[in-house]
Ligand binder design. Structure first.
Ligand code: 2M8
Length: 270
């Protein structure tokens, strides 16, 4: 069993970023050697802080499927051939560089005739105000390697922004607050499948994958796992995720995460 999970609004509470309600189950999964693999729009720096808090040793996927990071001493599988050594990780880079994403944002802004404000244009304290993150966390959110989040402009149709990004050779995920400009080869689903293949090559039994997410940028992940679980917001599941026949967790955030994962895990064990 492999668990691929989004963080914000999924394993982490949408407002407080707390995972406390899922901590007991996370401990049980750790003891049972079930990998819990973050798949997030967050940066490497942000995810490192998160997994250190949990004392996890795990691969993880950053910036919307742009980077697959595998600790060099991770014991579960062989070093992937295509990976490059970066610091303490083997890295599969599926996305573009941050420099390209920044240039892409300028080009998209020009094409839609609107200024677009990316994290690179914002000071740390401005990111704090927009996100509610503490100073150190906002600094980590700004430490981008692949993608550029920017304030979703009002009065432009999402389809027009997406089309402009596609013309420039990028993928764009429009969110309520931020949108993300992403390299065209990157994706949460593709990145999760890369990791699954590595685990599978080292295992003699077929592996089952669970994927969890709460927003449109998780659709690609949920489409590429065996068991897809949607985490609802306080107001209910996102409409784009609720009509796909996917399981909906009974509660938002980490509490719903824990209930749904525990149930799926028990059923697989039987
Ligand atoms: C941004 O991502 C969230 C979803 O995870 C969003 O688009 O609203 C990212 O920049 C991420 O790095 C940051 O931690 C998060 C904080 O809310 O915002």
């Amino acid at each position: 069993l492999l668990i691929f999970t989004d963080l914000d609004g999924t394993l982490l509470d949408a407002e407080t970023y707390s995972y406390a309600a899922a901590q007991p189950l996370l401990e049980q999964l750790k003891a049972a050697h079930v990998p819990v693999i973050p798949v997030t729009s967050k940066t490497r720096a942000e995810v490192e802080t998160f997994i250190q808090q949990l004392s996890l040793q795990t691969p993880f996927i950053t910036e919307n499927g742009s980077g697959v990071f595998i600790p060099v001493d991770y014991p579960a599988f062989e070093r992937p051939e295509a990976a490059e050594l970066v610091g303490n990780y083997w890295v599969l880079a599926l996305g573009c560089t941050y420099v390209m994403a920044r240039a892409g944002l300028k080009a998209v802004a020009q094409s839609v005739g609107r200024p677009l404000k990316g994290f690179g244009d914002l000071a740390v304290d401005q990111i704090q105000t927009l996100t509610g993150l503490a100073f150190e966390d906002a600094k980590e959110a700004k430490a981008r390697e692949f993608t550029e989040p920017f304030l979703t402009p009002k009065n432009i149709a999402a389809a027009d922004l997406e089309a402009a990004a596609a013309d420039m050779g990028f993928r764009l995920v429009v969110g309520d607050r931020f949108s993300h400009l992403i390299g065209s080869e990157a994706g949460k689903g593709a990145a999760a499948l890369e990791l699954k293949a590595l685990y599978q090559a080292a295992s003699d039994r077929p592996l089952t994958t669970i994927g969890l997410g709460n927003s449109p940028n998780d659709i690609d992940l949920l489409e590429n796992v065996d068991i897809a679980i949607v985490i609802p917001a306080a107001t209910g599941p996102h409409p784009k995720l609720s009509d796909r026949g996917w399981q909906i967790a009974p509660q938002p955030g980490p509490a719903g995460w824990a209930i749904a994962v525990e149930k799926a895990w028990q059923q697989l064990d039987q």
